[in-house]
Design a protein around this ligand. Structure first.
Ligand SMILES: Nc1ncnc2c1ncn2[C@@H]1O[C@H](COP(=O)(O)OP(=O)(O)OP(=O)(O)O)[C@@H](O)[C@H]1O
Ligand SMILES: [Mg+2]
Length: 239
């Protein structure tokens, strides 16, 4: 099963239609979300080890990034000033490359795919933080993540994580954690009010799709956060 490209579309389909990805194929897609400093990177590697010990092949990746092209776009997006539409287009361009070349193939192989941020981050940062048009983000999401279980049918669904672990942490605490950690990038240098809007953006995504999300209280000590994450996966029978 391969990814279909625009050139492979039947003649009657408009060139404006997105190229569909293959549908569900046995892999497990888990994304990790939360404001900068919430603790995603601290836990994702340990979780990858836990899945490997459980006998699963794991692909560990991140956004923006995850491919050579998308990592180049990451550098631009995290460091250069630009308007919110340009920013969103570059992030979704990076996402398309990542989905086509890494995410869809890993899921087709049956891997556990652990992704440090995915599309919820675009709704939270560009939508919530920057106040950018959510309808435009939804259109980009539909274009980039269109997939189908049956190539004969025009109706498409979206490639989405099976589970999104949201590290919920008050922006004040995240700022304290990051204060001495590293040179802030374009987003990390934003004021607290920006991160409050980002957090509200995540909360809105959870409200729309409560079954996809697991909210973790990320203000706890690292051991307790790790225990809560394992509990979520054990409850689903995935570990
Ligand atoms: N539960 C915790 N309690 C206290 N400090 C923590 C906790 N989890 C992580 N930290 C520390 O907070 C800092 C940020 O953590 P981490 O890099 O995992 O966050 P992140 O969500 O990956 O951030 P970013 O989105 O910027 O990559 C690190 O210095 C880390 O050691
Ligand atoms: Mg991180």
């Amino acid at each position: 099963m391969g990814v279909r490209h625009l050139a492979d579309q039947p003649a009657q389909s408009s060139a404006l239609q997105p190229a569909a990805l293959p549908g569900d194929s046995g892999g497990l897609f888990i994304s990790f979300e939360g404001i900068d400093g919430a603790g995603k990177s601290t836990h994702i590697t340990a979780l990858a080890d836990a899945f490997r010990q459980a006998g699963r092949a794991v692909t560990l990746t991140r956004e923006p990034g995850g491919t050579a092209l998308a990592e180049k776009l990451r550098q631009v997006v995290l460091n250069d000033a630009m308007d919110p539409l340009t920013e969103s287009l570059l992030i979704f361009a990076a996402r398309r490359d990542h989905v086509v070349n890494v995410i869809a193939p890993a899921l087709a192989r049956g891997d556990v795919l652990l992704c440090d941020r995915f599309t919820d981050a675009s709704f939270a940062y560009q939508g919530g933080g920057r106040g950018f048009d959510l309808a435009v983000l939804s259109t980009l999401e539909a274009w980039v993540q269109a997939c189908d279980d049956d190539a004969e049918l025009p109706t498409q669904k979206l490639l989405q994580p099976h589970l999104t672990i949201w590290f919920d942490l008050p922006p004040e605490e995240a700022a304290l954690r990051l204060a001495d950690a590293r040179m802030p990038d374009k987003f990390e240098a934003q004021p607290l009010a920006f991160f409050r809007r980002v957090a509200a953006g995540y909360a809105a995504r959870l409200q729309r799709e409560p079954h996809r999300f697991a909210r973790i209280d990320a203000s706890q000590a690292p051991d307790a956060v790790g225990r809560d994450i394992r509990q979520v996966l054990l409850a689903r029978g995935w570990l």
